[in-house]
Design a protein around this ligand. Structure first.
Ligand code: NAD
Ligand code: WQD
Length: 340
């Protein structure tokens, strides 16, 4: 059984990916410092797979701890690196936290890859690297734009670091540029656990429907889109998780065409904020209290993926619908809040 290290494996996307990896026959070891997750997630994963993954509570910013970990775990064949800080607004307030947590951790891991000849690396990148795109849908060859936040910059710099390392070593990397992940596992044993007031649309919607937030603010209806609200590519987190298994297999079976590859992970469909709101109401039967307010500074107008490369080269395609994703997000929220 191949042993795969999943950093940030108790987080939102990481936990769903651990489930898919285990279900595909991989042995998983998770590193997480619980800075944005809960130890209960381990139980959720185990409930689903009936197979407890190994877990190491470790802060990847502590280089000596990272070295010690690899000394003990020399049989790791691949790394999926999710661990990072991801709040765009917080990154503007505290850029050094973001540069330290998102870049140092990557560098330390890559140093260990070199020491122990670990050749397979998957990196969590983001559609944020495209900024406001010149044309839609966005292909992987679209230019990377001036970063709009320190968070976004860490993703761009990380991609550059990986490209440079792959150019001079036997390391093979796939950088996956996620669009907007939403939803929860069908079993609702794992899902998204936003800390504090959610910044992202779907958790804000479900918390509003659950009565935790009074009202959803829809940030702008005067954008140059059909209904005036912004457009994004919302992808079910389970579809996203499955793509990691396929990407990992590509590396392990040496099917990659170059040592550094990039794939968009989205559905290829753009949905406006108001469409998401309507779809949520229709799917769940819940009436949502919302109000149109001013635009949120920094928001791009419209982004959605061209998924042809992932479809054809990885042989992966998002399968779940927006309705399924929203229904699962609502089921998860109701479970968290003990709503019948
Ligand atoms: P998340 O916060 O739920 O998961 C990240 C996990 O990493 C958390 O469990 C956290 O405790 C852990 N972690 C953070 N710093 C650590 C450290 N120094 N040492 C050990 N563990 C650490 O986030 P997520 O939504 O699952 O995102 C996973 C990855 O995907 C991140 O790299 C994020 O930037 C990227 N991404 C997320 C989105 C999104 O909308 N969720 C979109 C694009 C890219
Ligand atoms: C989606 C849409 C908002 C909340 C962020 C990061 C990006 C990536 C994904 C990590 C936008 C609108 C939102 C609300 C609203 N993450 N909205 N009311 O902005 O596309 O991307 O997450 O890499 O880097 O920036 O996602 O969920 O915040 O917003 O109207 O209360 O919903 O304006 O149009 P976004 P989001």
């Amino acid at each position: 059984m191949k042993k795969i290290l999943v950093t940030g494996g108790l987080g939102y996307i990481g936990s769903h990916t651990v489930v898919e990896l285990q279900n595909s026959g991989y042995q998983v070891i998770i590193i997480d410092n619980l800075s944005n997750s809960s130890i209960d997630v381990l139980e959720g994963i185990t409930d689903i797979t009936k197979n407890p993954p190994e877990f190491e509570r470790l802060d990847l910013r502590i280089k000596s701890d990272v070295s010690e970990f690899f000394k003990i775990n020399q049989d790791i064949e691949g790394i999926i690196h999710f661990a990072a800080s991801k709040a765009v607004g917080e990154s503007v307030e505290n850029p050094l936290l973001y540069y330290e947590n998102n870049l140092n951790t990557l560098i330390y891991l890559l140093q260990e890859c070199k020491s122990y000849d670990i050749k397979n690396f998957i990196f969590s990148s983001s559609c944020t690297v495209y900024g406001e795109p010149d044309s839609l849908p966005i292909t992987e060859s679209a230019p990377v734009k001036e970063p709009t936040s320190p968070y976004g910059n860490t993703k761009q710099i990380s991609e550059e670091i990986l490209k440079d390392v792959c150019a001079i070593s036997s390391l093979k990397t796939i950088a996956l540029r996620y669009f907007n992940p939403i939803g929860a596992h069908d079993t609702v044993k794992i899902g998204e656990l936003p800390a504090g007031v959610p910044q992202n649309l779907v958790p804000f919607i479900t918390q509003t429907a659950a009565g935790i937030r009074e009202r959803l603010s829809v940030f702008g209806d005067d954008y140059p889109t059909e209904d005036g609200s912004c457009i994004r590519d919302y992808i079910h987190v389970v579809d996203l998780a499955k793509a990691h298994v396929v990407a990992l297999e590509r590396l392990l079976l040496e099917k990659n065409e170059s040592n550094y590859e990039v794939f968009n992970l989205g559905t290829g469909r753009g949905s406006s904020v108001l469409e998401v709101v309507n779809s949520f109401e229709k799917t769940t039967g819940e009436k949502l209290n919302y109000k149109i307010v001013d635009r949120r500074p920094g928001d791009v107008i419209a982004v959605y993926a061209d998924t042809q490369k992932a479809n054809e080269v990885l042989g992966w395609k998002a399968e779940k619908t927006m309705e399924e994703a929203l229904a699962s997000a609502w089921k998860w929220e109701k479970k968290l809040r003990e709503i019948e």
